[in-house]
Design a protein around this ligand. Sequence first.
Ligand SMILES: C[S@@+](CC[C@H](N)C(=O)[O-])C[C@H]1O[C@@H](n2cnc3c(N)ncnc32)[C@H](O)[C@@H]1O
Length: 219
Amino acid sequence: MTADDASELDQLLDEQIAHYRAIAPEYEDHVIPFAGADELVTALDAFGPGGTVLELACGQGMWTGRLLRHADEVTAVDASPEMLAIASDRIGRDDRVRFVRGDLFSWEPDDRYDVVFFGFWLSHVPLERFGSFWALVANCLKPGGRVFFVDDAHRSPGELVEGESSTTIRRQLNDGRAHRIVKVPHRPADLERRLAALGWAVHVTSRSGPFFWGSGSLV
Ligand SMILES: C[S@@+](CC[C@H](N)C(=O)[O-])C[C@H]1O[C@@H](n2cnc3c(N)ncnc32)[C@H](O)[C@@H]1O
């Protein structure tokens, strides 16, 4: 990657953060209208994220409460203070939760966890940063720790302003403002192979609609 490419990617990732900061108050208006999301919850409960849990890109805390049904403690990180404020209101007073503002492309953990979880985040990690993101996940886990993620591969035709093959899309707010964000349409088998090449044994499952989930650990 040239210096120009790297700086273009940094700009895109900054725009992605700006997008989520701006969309925070209306985030639930943009939830994708497909059946199958309930399977993700069932799969997470079956995985059982017990012990100490790190949630990356927690957003409005839609998954944080679910994690707290299993976990002793949850540390939840997100780059958007607006998202974190909504998450904190949603969870209310709970000494088992710590919300942390951090940019996951530079953030460093101050602890190691039994489980790392991320919901609808992996598809926003550009492929150029896929390896370094998973190195961060490895660095956040205790020996024998486990990872669980849920995501979707949905991109609407109107978002594909740079073409079907591009992983950069343009997403709109209710008032028409738009930002470029990353949306990688991972396919389960390719994702498993990509992770195996980095030393992870992760099983990725997809049943209905565009949703999938993955669970596993470092080999
Ligand atoms: C699609 S939302 C998912 C939120 C939540 N996990 C959920 O499932 O509802 C993506 C989240 O990633 C956060 N985010 C975007 N770029 C980030 C970055 N560089 N570091 C940390 N969080 C980031 C956004 O603020 C947003 O909350």
